[in-house]
Design a protein around this ligand. Structure first.
Ligand SMILES: [Zn+2]
Ligand SMILES: [Zn+2]
Length: 190
């Protein structure tokens, strides 16, 4: 019994192919562990770069960019979806305009160290209006009240392990995660 969630919620949209060292992984390096954990949908990302697509048998693979905001000069790159990685010292409420302009699909790890938010109501309102999901990140977590508020304001909540190697994959998925089929970029690709 891998997880009490329904199958549609066992997905991971934040799996790194690049790391913070010269080590690189390919989707197939994650394959066995994904199967073992029962993760049927995997989203592979790189920091400010487009991953090379590689199909995996029996797993729906998506390829995304984890963009740094404010922008670091990376040009527009095509990917299935984009995560936003806020730079340390910034206020998320000030960055929501950047997320809209950059067509960010998911705000990654809102509780990464050094990132703050002075106005969650405003941030979540804007995210709801512009269909930007918020990530529940297995590495950084976050308080339940925020995800309850996100849900009540109509903001979708995605799950990301933020794994930087296969042994860091996680299926510690909270029950409030939005089913994959309800995420706009999934519908867009089909
Ligand atoms: Zn990040
Ligand atoms: Zn990341």
């Amino acid at each position: 019994m891998p997880n009490s969630n329904s199958r549609g919620r066992i997905y991971d949209l934040h799996i790194h192919l690049d790391t913070h060292s010269p080590v690189r992984f390919s989707p197939s390096d994650y394959y066995v562990t994904l199967l073992e954990l029962g993760i049927a949908t995997a989203g592979f990302v790189m920091h400010d770069a487009t991953p090379a697509c590689e199909p995996l048998e029996g797993i729906a693979a998506y390829f995304g960019i984890e963009r740094t905001i404010p922008r670091t000069g990376a040009r527009h790159m095509k990917a299935d979806y984009s995560l936003a990685h806020a730079t340390c010292g910034h206020d998320l409420a000030d960055l929501v305009g950047n997320m809209v302009r950059e067509r960010i699909d998911i705000l990654a790890h809102p509780f990464a160290p050094g990132v703050l938010c002075s106005d969650w109501d405003y941030l979540l309102d804007m995210m709801s209006e512009h269909t930007i999901a918020i990530e529940y990140n297995a590495s950084y977590g976050g308080p339940a009240w925020l995800y309850e508020q996100a849900e009540s304001q109509g903001v979708q909540i995605t799950f990301g392990s933020d794994a930087h190697s296969p042994d860091q994959l996680s299926i510690d998925i909270p029950p409030f995660i939005t089913p994959l089929s309800e995420l706009p970029f999934v519908a867009r690709r089909v």
